[in-house]
Design a protein around this ligand. Structure first.
Ligand SMILES: *Cc1c(COP(=O)(O)O)cnc(C)c1O
Length: 383
């Protein structure tokens, strides 16, 4: 058997041609690489439907967190006050980043998986005139919840404030079209829904905000304005770019386009999710979330109540069958996660379900139903 499928939210399983694209060395100052950087920026910009040319794309070295930090440091003025919408680990990380940066902020914490709703965000903004910005996570990868960014954007701009989006695990598969959802900046990274390998991320920001970001960042290497200005002037990254990662990303973008862009990629992930969820429910597993909050990115399942179930044993047996799953991140009940993203289709997801079925038999779990406490917890989530 070959390498296992990564049913994880990135790094994820990539196409063979994406890996193959890395078998060549590039000079970072060379024209060929500069051309690649320019194409990368243009092709990413094309994904947000910005007909007016109001936005620009700035790639930044590092993992996704580096780019989130770069966006926050560059787009939140030093005298700003930010409302951070939290319903999981990535929202918490944004608040923690603002603590490091010493930027004034307040947190609206919805717990493990409840969505922040427009009405309550509007209320928070009405009650605090000092809040100038709101930050939201598009798909909160810790539970897999799809947050209602359109609804949130509407109330943010009705209140005359500005929105920044961490769309790390959604961008490229879920729409972020500026004609339907207004924002100042959005971030994502190479190794999620575009299906590249890890090594850089990118900020897509409104040019007027990019101009304002000059001198705002606390950090030399994470200064989005400086990277933007340098790239526009020289065509180069300010510091050593992850050349092989960029080359692989160009191939990943080619495949993304061939699949039908954001709509096509999203469609495949939805099929993956539907196949997975239906099959797992047939075996007796229950999902933490129900439609419409269930994203096509990653799905949280409750651990079975059956005493024979042990996550590590389940994990190891799934791995022997060629599937790497992901531990859960809920604080109240035990769970595990299965990613729907990466270079795989519904047929693979059916194999995942079959593997889960045979593992349960192997480890002697007769019933995959979760404990009552888990279902009780879930009943808090009113649609
Ligand atoms: C993956 C991810 C990040 C970045 O995490 P890294 O480990 O730094 O790549 C940030 N936000 C969300 C929502 C993510 O899914």
């Amino acid at each position: 058997m070959g390498e296992p499928f990564l049913l994880t939210p990135g790094p994820l399983t990539t196409a063979y041609s994406v890996k193959q694209a890395m078998l060549r060395d590039w000079g970072s100052w060379d024209n060929d690489f500069r051309a690649m950087t320019a194409q990368l920026r243009t092709q990413l910009l094309a994904l947000i439907g910005d007909d007016k040319g109001a936005f620009d794309c700035v790639p930044i070295q590092g993992s996704g967190t580096f780019v989130v930090e770069a966006m926050l440091a560059s787009f939140l003025p030093r005298q700003s006050k930010t409302l951070v919408l939290v319903n999981g680990a990535y929202g918490n990380r944004i608040a923690e980043t603002l603590r490091y940066l010493g930027r004034n902020h307040v947190v609206m914490d919805k717990g493990d998986y409840l969505p922040p709703r427009g009405r309550e965000v509007a209320e928070a903004l009405a009650n605090d005139a000092e809040i100038s910005h709101v930050v939201v996570v598009h798909c909160e990868t810790s539970s897999g919840i799809l947050n209602p960014v359109e609804e949130i954007s509407k109330v943010v701009y009705q209140a005359g404030r500005k929105l920044l989006i961490d769309s790390m695990s959604a961008f490229g598969a879920l729409p972020a079209d500026v004609k339907t959802v207004r924002y100042e900046a959005i971030v994502a990274s190479a190794n999620k829904c575009i299906e590249g390998v890890p090594g850089f991320g990118f900020v897509i920001g409104r040019k007027s905000e990019l101009e304002l970001a000059k001198g705002c960042s606390h950090s030399l290497s994470l200064d989005v304005h400086a990277q933007w200005a340098h790239m526009n002037k020289t065509g180069q990254w300010r510091f050593t770019p992850p050349t092989h990662v960029v080359a692989a990303f160009m191939e990943a973008l080619r495949l993304h386009k061939a699949e039908g862009g954001v709509a096509g990629r999203g469609r495949r992930y939805i099929e993956n999710r539907d196949c997975l969820v239906q099959g797992m429910r047939e075996i007796g597993f229950e999902t933490l979330l129900k439609e419409p909050w269930l994203s096509p990115i990653i799905v949280t399942f409750f651990n079975p109540a059956d005493a024979a179930f042990d996550f590590q044993t389940f994990y190891d047996a799934m791995k022997r069958r060629g599937f790497i799953i992901y531990p859960g991140k809920l604080t109240v009940v035990d769970s595990f996660r299965v990613g729907c993203i990466g270079h795989m289709d519904a047929a693979i997801m059916r194999d995942v379900v079959e593997a889960a079925r045979s593992v349960l038999a192997e480890i002697g779990v007769k019933d995959a139903r979760p404990p009552e406490a888990a279902l009780l917890e879930r009943s808090k989530l009113a649609a």
